[in-house]
Ligand binder design. Structure first.
Ligand SMILES: [Zn+2]
Length: 159
């Protein structure tokens, strides 16, 4: 389904979420849209990041204090299959509590698991509870497929 068909089917989200959603691969867009539709029924959750170019990723990598260990081509965001959500209360972004029984990310985790998305709060390397992604393919494989055209995302994910 196209982004437009998905939007018509599930309903329009806020502009920021829509703009980020439309940068995702259709396979990811379906699940992330389903998650966002459910999240927005609970509170003012927005998608704050969708695709990131290699150049954008490289500038993020250079930031201090460090915000990411991934250079261009090493983040799932570079391939349009990852997204970040953020909770807003009275128009202000809220980030805590991010862990434990009162974690604001509980519904994100529950919905990601239900929809078959990988939740960043489950990562061993870095706890990233606002992050969801489609599958756990190594970025080197994605980079190779995307730059050579040797395989589609659906083939890589064996869908
Ligand atoms: Zn992320």
């Amino acid at each position: 389904m196209s982004h437009r068909q998905l939007r018509d089917r599930y309903g329009m989200l806020d502009k920021r979420s829509e703009d980020n959603l439309w940068t995702l691969q259709p396979l990811a867009a379906l699940k992330v849209r389903q998650m966002m539709t459910a999240l927005r029924g609970l509170a003012d959750w927005k998608l704050i990041c969708g695709i990131r170019t290699y150049a954008e990723q490289d500038s993020l990598y250079k930031k201090r204090p460090r915000v990411t260990r991934a250079k261009g081509g090493q983040s799932m965001h570079n391939f349009g299959i990852a997204a970040d959500v953020c909770l807003f209360v009275d128009g202000k972004d809220v980030w805590t509590p991010s862990e434990g029984a009162d974690s604001i990310y509980k519904p994100v985790a529950a919905l990601a698991h239900k929809l078959g998305l990988v939740w960043g709060g489950d990562f061993k390397s870095i706890y990233d509870p606002g992050h969801v992604q489609l599958g756990e393919l190594p970025t080197a494989i994605l980079h190779h497929a995307y730059t050579t055209g040797s395989a589609t995302l659906a083939q890589l994910l064996q869908l």
